[in-house]
Structure formats: C-alpha cells, structure tokens
Ligand binder design. Sequence first.
Ligand code: SAM
Length: 426
Amino acid sequence: MSNALGNHILVEFMGCDPHIMNDVSSIERDMVGAAQKAGATVINSTFHHFSPYGVSGVVVIQESHLAIHTWPEYGYAAVDLFTCGEMDAWISFDFLKECFGAKQYSAIEMKRGAIQLLTRNEFDITSMREKATEWRNPEMYTRNVWFTDKDEDQGLSLRFTGEVFYDVQSPFQRVRILESYKYGKMLTLDNMVMTTEVDEYHYHEMIAHPAMFTHGNVKNVLVIGGGDGGTIREILRHPGVEKVTMVEIDGEVIEACKQHLPNIASQFDNPKLNLIVDDGIAFVNNADPGTYDLVIVDGSDPVGPAEGLFSVSFYQNCHKALKEGGILVAQGESPKFNEKVFSELNFVLRGIFGAENAPVSLFFVPTYPTGMWSFQYGLKGAPSPKKVENHAEMDSFSEANGLRYYNSEIHMGTFATPNFVKELLK
Ligand code: SAM
C-alpha cells in the first residue's frame, strides 16, 4: 500500500525531432498510447496545436492524467505523468522517450499527497455516486484534438478526430487530410485550412459561377492552383465550356484530394481538362496573349509557392493572356483577416485593369479565419458583374445543378461592398 495518494514524474525530453514536437495528431496518439501501455483507462484527451508551432495537451485517465507542452523550436517537451493507484508511469515514460526520439532526458519522481500529512474528512462518499463509474468501453474515450489556423491575433479552431488520412511533406508544403467532427474531412496546407467536405461549395460555387454568368460565353478557361479540384468541377458544369487548362504546382495536393475528397476532386478525368503539374506563375508568363475567356487564380495564402500569385508581374501576365472581353477572378483573402494583402491586391488589379474594372465579391466560408472571404476581379473589357440581367438563367442553372450557395440574389449581393471595405480600398 503506497504511503502517498499519487505519484508524479516530471519529465524533460530534449533533442526530440522538431516535426514530431509540432504534430498534434501524433503527439495525441502517442500520449494516449503511453497511458494505455501502462494499463491506464483513458477518459478523454484534449490537445491543441498552436500556430505557428507548439502543442499542448492532456490525457485524462481514471488513474489521473498525463500532460505535455512542446517547444518544437528547441526539440523539447515538458511532460507530466501523474498517477494514483497501481499504475507504473515509468512504462509510459519509456514509451514516450521512444516515440519522441528524445536524445537527452531527465526525470524527477515525487510522491504527491503523503498520507501521514493528510487528515481524512468524514463526508458521505456514497451520496456523491452510487457506485464507481464503470467505463463500459475504455476504447471509447472523448478525443478533443484541436486544429488551429490563426495569425498572431485571431484564428479558427476545429475539433478533429485525430485521424490523419494523408500526411506528406511535398517540395512545396505539408499536405494533410484530417477529419473534423463538424466539417468532415479537410485539406490543410502548412496548417492552413484549404477546403472541407462540409463547406467547400461556398468557395467553389462563388469562384466560378458569378464570372461565368457575367461573361455569358466562356469557352477556354485557365485555372491556376485549385489542386483540390473544386473549381474545375464547378466550371465544367457549364456545357458551353470547351477546354479547361489547370496548372497546379503540387501533385501531392491532387493525389490527396482524389483519394480522400472524391466529391470535390470529381472531374480530374474529364476529357475537357488539360491538367499540368507545374508553377502557374511561369505558365502564365509564357502563355500566348489573348488566349483565355476566363482566368481563375485559386491559390493558397501568400506564403511559400503562392507568394508570387500576389505580384504585379503575375497579374500583368494574366491580363495579357486574357482575350478582349475576358475576366480574371483571384482568391482575394479577407478584408477582416489579412487586410493589407486584400487591399494591396485590389490596388494592383485596379492599376492593371482600370479603377472601375476590379470589383470585389464578398462571401462566407465558415472554416476560413473570420468566415468572411473575397474574390477579386479584373475585367478586360468585360461587362460589370453588377449589371448582368440573365437572373432567370442563373436560377435555373443553380436549380438544375443542385447548387447550395449560388443563385441570382447571391450574385447581385456578393458585389455589394460594406462601407468599411470601401474605406479599405480607397
Ligand atoms: N481555397 C484555398 C484558399 O483559399 O486558400 C485554395 C485552395 S487550392 C488547394 C490552392 C492551391 O494553389 C494549392 O493546391 C497550391 O499547391 C496551389 N499553388 C500555390 N502556389 C502555386 C503556384 N505558384 N502555381 C500553381 N499552383 C500553386
């Protein structure tokens, strides 16, 4: 019989692999595994991935808890193994040392709650609970693994199942398919949410249809990026389209989505598609002038491979590649999340297409930070999307294709600009 209520091992793991130290799903899996290895009954796990890096989490066990906080930049993890009862937490210690590849470590063991220093109160325990909770299925514990996409001041957190369906570090970015409880499977690139099964149509219907109905006779389309396939899916709903050239820099994104997001990546075998895995910036730079009716830039945020997708020269080349009467649509970031990029991009487009020819479409995507996002337009002699009249055609197309976001009211509303955005774009 132990002469203390609990046993606490304070562990310092050092020289660990920084990538492991920054991987919330493998750390959660290993911490739960460490508890189970020592025969503990896991009640729930709550883990949080901080952006830009670091993980914090706790596994609550019937025998108390295991907790961790990591500093990937130091290859360091501070771990607490607090147990009561017969459980031998050193088994968990050995397991985690292996999992984290710790090159150095130190551990202090201390008894917590020395019986001889405590006085037992005579309160009626039975009143609190008839009988000790019998965990009918110890496997079924509540997992609280949180994925957070944020900048320094605001962000979005999604509880995910901890399952990782795809995880590849490509030459350009880390490509992962995770599964969230509320929004289903989701594609993340370098810890930024790109698209989810449940709200992807908000983005993909709005990147395609307003421009298609504004132009009215699109035959040849160029899509830069769009590796998840949602944009080409929507474009190819329009029977008048003859050819779609898609230039995606990262083949791993296409592969991940084909395997795990088939409803989004449903048109990669379409005969009208000319799929090129290459840098879209170089492609547009070498494109023949006056080729496309519609150029869509479905790029990620202005970091890594996508940085150049926000440059003046890139949009000058897009303008050149458009036919007279052509339309450019670009993923425009958010007036509420990265205001600077949002307003600078519009300034560039007004400079190239003309002050009146760079309208902004605002719409909602629940899984993007702030939920408010934009597409920015460049009209090369095309009519204003605010002045289209074929509303009946839009609504019958929307109904016929079972669209869930786009219709004629949304088309008109999306180009309405709130005063704070007008201010931002002045
Ligand atoms: N909806 C997402 C968003 O708003 O951030 C964008 C989705 S889509 C997956 C973005 C794609 O752009 C990624 O697959 C990425 O690999 C691709 N991309 C980034 N830079 C690129 C470049 N220079 N040329 C072509 N594709 C690029």
